[in-house]
Design a protein around this ligand. Structure first.
Ligand code: PEP
Length: 254
């Protein structure tokens, strides 16, 4: 059975002490609420990773992730962080291909394919983000965009590699805008993604893949979104910065 995941993406928010305080609050609130095959992942800035991983020890349903990692193993890339460094903090996940990285840092599918390889090689599970812009949706190109992002970013992976990947469908027009895809719109795309995976690998791999929805997900809209057959949880931005809201989203699966 595929895992249900609620993952928080703190983005570039919270200084070191604020991050530790929020994480401690979240762990205390969610530790008795995570049921069955569900896990909670907190994706923090790099500076928090090691301390959060220490605090998460003993809670096997709470994991830590980074928000990016470099495509090269090591070297003269001033200011960058490698996948191996991320893994050495105790983090288990890494967000790759977030639309903010695609948009502001020019990350394209080819680069993301390389980042995915390096992350996997170093024992990190990618949370691989895909999704269309408003213009692409209005031009009725959303299925093509998603198909291409999947094919070019992940299409080269072996079955064993692909099984380590979590997909996050994040319509760019819904990220940080307060606009959410309707449950029907999200389900339609999630079913499409699962079908693409079945065609690329097989039905069993597709059925075992966790596909998250991201884009202004909150405690109010999460129940309807997470009730959809192909939505296995969420990647949560703004609402992950409030312990009560994040916990309420985690509890939706109870
Ligand atoms: C995100 O950035 O991954 C995200 C989903 O943000 P928000 O929930 O704030 O729209």
């Amino acid at each position: 059975m595929r895992k249900k995941i609620v993952a928080g993406n703190w983005k570039m928010n919270l200084d070191y002490n604020e991050g530790l305080a929020l994480f401690s609050e979240v762990v205390n609130m969610v530790k008795d609420e995570i049921t069955g095959s569900q896990i909670t992942v907190v994706c923090s800035p790099y500076i928090h990773l090691h301390s959060l991983a220490q605090l998460a020890k003993g809670y096997d349903k709470v994991a830590i992730g980074a928000q990016n990692a470099h495509q090269n193993e090591s070297g003269a890339y001033t200011g960058e962080i490698s996948a191996k460094m991320v893994r050495s903090t105790g983090a288990e996940y890494v967000i790759l291909g977030h639309s903010e990285r695609r948009q502001y840092f020019g990350e394209d599918n080819q680069l993301l394919a390389a980042k995915t390889d390096t992350a996997l090689k170093n024992g990190l599970k990618p949370i691989f983000c895909i999704g269309e812009t408003l213009e692409e949706r209005e031009a009725d190109q959303h299925f093509d965009v998603i198909k291409t992002q999947l094919k070019e970013g992940l299409g080269h992976l072996s079955t064993e590699q692909f099984e380590q990947v979590v997909i996050a469908y994040e319509p760019v027009w819904a990220i940080g805008t307060g606009k959410t895809a309707s449950a029907e719109q999200a389900q339609e795309i999630h079913a499409f993604i699962r079908n693409e995976i079945a065609e690329a690998y097989n039905q069993e791999v597709a059925d075992n893949t966790t596909i998250l929805y991201g884009g202004s997900c909150n405690p109010k809209n999460a129940p309807e979104l997470f009730a959809q057959a192909d939505i296995d949880g969420g990647l949560i931005g703004g609402a992950s910065l409030k312990s009560r809201d994040f916990t309420d989203i985690v509890k939706v699966f109870n």
